[in-house]
Design a protein around this ligand. Structure first.
Ligand code: ZN
Length: 944
């Protein structure tokens, strides 16, 4: 924005109020000059067939119009994973631009809810609606970034009275959500000279460096750069009232899905969130009808829900914001709207059907602009209401967190219904049959309601994370996920007592009396997904994403739920928390480090990289008065170890206890492990998450490995460990349908740039498995997760599927109407005496997503197969939904198998799911070091 001197203040605000009178509104009333159009800049109009702009062009264009317009300023909100600047345009009237700090302050104060009602009403009257519109998050959904450019251009160049009203009432944050992806996909599409052959399909790698499409799964964790940049704007800077997240593509036979969403919605957030979505969604559908744009569906016409936290538009519900998603068809290569007969009949959630036709990208751009304008229109017309409502929701949250409150979870209601049924059957024997049928109507005596309002069922008033827990640095990472999400976290300045329990100084405290209480509850408390069946007695309906994900459980955080109001000697953490520096005590021989720290692996990796010596002690030991359970690390005091130890104590917050003699007893000698991380052409997201994690934990020697290199064999000469994420090993070599990943068919080598040819192809039972067997026989270690555990079957190991039922003719896999566990947190029993589980809790929460569960055959032990973790109760569910969970009881979740001189480590659950379950990261990290390790005594013999 070129900041115009005050004397040039434009007069169009007044003109907007006189719109009806004014034939001259179209005259240039703004102080700004002409704005360069996209067509003038790019040489094509946004939406022209066969044309896409790259992010480099996008940046240049925004810089240019930023200088031309007094309605727009462009800010860099941070760097992307690949180091590009991530841009946000703030679009509003020139007058609002002059008062931007004031409006931002109003938005912040209202969102935090710490005002009187009168103050809130005053600020709501004064403030502006903050509306977030993004684009480009999923880069192959090319409509997103392009509609963003077009909408922005129209908003800053038009003098239409309606646009001027939007600019007067709203501050519009226009955010590019994935710059790296736009650069990759646009170049990919445009590289084909022949227009008709251009395709966004088949891109060679993930469009976010590490996680691709999962970049919309990171919004409570805040792992990736782009997520952090966005969360900062949403939860620390602007607190938008409406967040509109653009996606592609729409349901068959329609143009787009627009809110409202289907049930169920999450039990934690404020009802005003749902009504806000209804209001804005209705505005969108209404405008499509007004502009004679048919083809918009809503609610159950697509799978999108408000249940799950963690998406760009869903995390905002837990922050009292109206989150929107549209999924719109469209591609620069023209497409067809197919004939879908049943879609032509108007119905409740598809009121205005579209007929089959050829469809051009430009039409999708126009639909997107309509949708954006509908959002801005309702934000403008209901400006005060949106501002007041975000305050009211924050206030409601603070009040709920300040008194006794109960949440009526589905499982509690089910329990009370069961009790009512039993009591009635007993009391009214004559009517038992009717009672069993639930034939008494839906009402019950209020004494049963009282059973839902007992003190022990209250929602927590706060959560305390003691600073003396075993892996406090990981707890600090959890606290920082909360901080990124704008949660207020306190730290105790001295020791204190709550409810008769003593907590040391440095403990973290999160109170629920805060505006973002819903997010706090969602991160600490179990999600209780209702039994959502297709029809009574029918099979379960899949949730849109995970059903349960409680981050404190996934990260293995030790915390107490405090049900009464309490005080603590605390200070609020501003910015990010850092763990207190660890202690280093003197030791001439070296230092011991507790295996329960995840970050001990960072220290070990640093020492290994420097050529130092690390032992993994197999037995319990002690040093400096501290008892170490089996698994402690010993870092020898030689070379540069001292410096690494000092630095690691400071930045990681872990303790190093000096010892003056090398520990006696059985130990493993660590070696600099060469890790091959399976990946695939187009990119595997679970593999990408692991690649990112291994960088964070400073593993030194990790290389992506693709099918051609695996199939070429001789793997032991290159790798010590091979890791296969979910999807890495097929069940069979039968073709599994046309698609792979999100990109379409596997291309021919001649179709792609030379640099990606070595990544083409897939692992197969025929060609890859024999090489993996040879690798293990030669002493290698293979780690398989999720579906990649098919490897055990291919190797004829004595491991079978536990999730089966007996039939007269044998057994069959349990059907979905009997067992269905979509993404949820379960608890497993863990053999922590086994090195693979050293440092873990004997009862560990695992992330489970319809994952494999193993049954070890009777001869398993004899053949070197051993269970490491298993489900030992009929109710392993901790958070989410586990339909038929009793079937898991007795099943094995993790196992070790000997194959020749090598090892196979099998993990059914998603132990690294989206880099969230820090509580199970050790399974992977232990596996990486344990597999190739040799005993220290043996190492001495072979001169290692
Ligand atoms: Zn998408």
């Amino acid at each position: 924005m070129s900041r115009a001197p005050l004397s040039l203040r434009p007069r169009w605000r007044r003109a907007a109020g006189l719109a009806l009178l004014s034939a001259c509104v179209a005259a240039p009333l703004s102080a700004q000059g002409r704005i360069t159009s996209p067509k003038e800049f790019f040489g094509f109009a946004i939406g022209d067939d066969y044309r896409l702009a790259t992010y480099t062009q996008f940046v240049d264009y925004w810089k240019k119009i930023d200088a031309e317009s007094d309605r727009m300023i462009v800010e860099e909100i941070g760097k992307t994973a690949e180091g590009r600047p991530q841009l946000m345009a703030i679009v509003t009237s020139p007058e609002n631009h002059r008062n931007l700090a004031k409006y931002k302050n109003i938005a912040q104060r209202l969102a935090k809810g710490e005002l009187t009602d009168a103050e809130a009403r005053q600020l709501a009257a004064e403030g502006k609606a903050v509306v977030w519109i993004d684009g480009g998050l999923h880069a192959t959904e090319v409509l997103g970034a392009h509609q963003l450019m077009e909408t922005n251009y129209r908003l800053i160049s038009s003098n239409d009275p309606e646009v001027l009203r939007f600019l007067n009432d709203c501050i519009i944050l226009m955010v590019h959500a994935n710059p790296d992806g736009m650069e990759l996909v646009s170049n990919w599409y445009m590289r084909t000279p022949e227009e008709a052959k251009r395709s966004t399909g088949g891109i060679p790698r993930l469009y976010q460096k590490y996680i691709g499409h999962d970049n919309n799964r990171d919004f409570y964790m805040g792992a990736q750069n782009e997520t952090i940049n966005i969360m900062r704007q949403q939860y620390h800077e602007w607190f938008p009232h409406i967040v509109y997240n653009h996606h592609q593509t729409g349901p068959a036979g329609a143009v787009l899905f627009a809110p409202p969403f289907r049930a169920p919605h999450n039990h934690n957030f404020d009802p005003l969130v749902i009504y806000g979505i209804d209001l804005v969604g209705t505005s969108m559908h209404t405008r499509f009808a007004l502009e004679n744009k048919p083809g918009a569906v809503r609610r159950d016409q697509a799978g999108y829900q408000t249940w799950w936290n963690g998406g760009l538009r869903t995390a905002v519900y837990f922050h009292n914001m109206v989150g929107l998603l549209t999924e719109t068809i469209g591609n620069p290569t023209p497409i067809d709207i197919p004939f879908t007969p049943e879609k032509l009949i108007p119905q409740e959630n598809y009121v205005f059907p579209i007929t089959p036709q050829k469809w051009h990208f430009r039409q999708s751009i126009e639909y997107s602009v309509t949708a954006n304008y509908a959002v801005l229109d309702v934000a403008s017309r209901h400006r005060e209401q949106f501002l007041y409502n975000i305050y009211k929701m924050g206030r409601n949250a603070i009040e709920k967190g300040s008194k006794d409150t109960w949440t009526d979870y589905p499982r509690r209601i089910a329990a009370v219904q069961e009790q009512i049924r039993k009591d009635r059957a007993q009391q009214q024997e004559g009517n038992a049959r009717l009672a069993a049928m639930g034939g008494f109507g839906g009402t019950a005596p209020t004494q049963y309601f009282a059973s839902l309002r007992t003190p022990e069922l209250r929602d927590p008033r706060g959560f305390i994370m003691p600073s003396d827990q075993t892996d406090f640095p990981t707890t600090t990472k959890f606290v920082n996920a909360l901080r990124k999400a704008g949660v207020t976290v306190q730290r105790a300045t001295r020791a204190f007592n709550v409810g008769g329990k003593a907590y040391p100084a440095g403990s973290y405290v999160v109170k629920t009396a805060q505006a973002f209480r819903a997010h706090v509850m969602d991160m600490f408390e179990p999600q209780d997904y209702p039994n959502d069946l297709q029809y009574p007695g029918g099979p379960p309906k899949a949730p849109y994403d995970n059903a349960g994900y409680t981050l404190a459980f996934q990260m293995g955080v030790d915390f107490d739920r405090i049900l009464d109001g309490f005080e603590c000697p605390c200070e609020e953490i501003s910015g990010m928390a850092t763990p207190p520096a660890g202690r280093v005590t003197a030791g001439s021989a070296g230092w011991l480090v507790d295996h329960s720290y995840n970050d001990a692996f960072v220290a070990v990796n640093r020492v290994m990289k420097s050529g130092g010596e690390v032992l993994w002690l197999r037995n319990a030991t002690s040093a400096g008065g501290k008892q170490y359970p089996a698994g402690a690390w010993f870092i020898a005091n030689r070379g540069g170890a001292r410096g690494i130890v000092d630095r690691s104590a400071a930045d990681l917050g872990i303790n190093f206890d000096g010892v003056n003699a090398r520990p006696a007893g059985d130990a493993l000698r660590m070696k600099n492990v060469r890790v091959g991380l399976w990946d695939v052409y187009g990119g595997s997201m679970p593999s990408g998450w692991m690649r990112w994690m291994m960088e964070q934990f400073e593993f030194n020697n990790v290389k992506q490995v693709f099918a051609p290199e695996l199939d070429a064999g001789n793997l032991a000469s290159k790798f010590d460990v091979l890791i296969f994420a979910d999807g890495g090993i097929p069940e069979s070599d039968r073709p599994s349908g046309p698609g792979f990943g999100f990109g379409g068919r596997m291309p021919e080598a001649s179709e792609i740039p030379a640099e990606f040819r070595s990544t083409l192809g897939r692992t197969t039972v025929a060609n890859t498995v024999p090489q993996l067997r040879k690798f293990m026989e030669d002493g290698g270690t293979v780690i398989t997760i999720g579906s990649s555990n098919a490897l055990a079957t291919h190797l004829d190991l004595p491991v079978a599927n536990h999730l089966v039922e007996r039939t007269p003719t044998g057994e069959r896999e349990l059907p979905r109407d009997k067992l269905f566990v979509p993404g949820s947190v379960l608890q497993a029993a863990v053999d922590v005496t086994h090195p693979l589980a050293h440092g873990m809790s004997p009862r560990t929460d695992v992330f489970f997503d319809n994952s494999p569960v193993f049954r070890l055959e009777p001869d398993a032990a004899m053949k070197g197969v051993r269970a490491i973790a298993w489900f030992d109760t009929p109710t392993p569910l901790r958070s989410g939904w586990a339909w038929g969970q009793g079937y898991l009881n007795g099943g094995v979740a993790a196992a070790e198998a000997s194959v020749g001189k090598g090892k196979l480590f099998m993990f059914g659950p998603e132990i690294t799911n989206r880099a969230q379950p820090h509580g199970t990261f050790k399974f992977l990290f232990n596996g990486i070091y344990y597999g190739p390790a040799v005993s220290a005594a043996q190492a001495a013999v072979i001169g290692m």
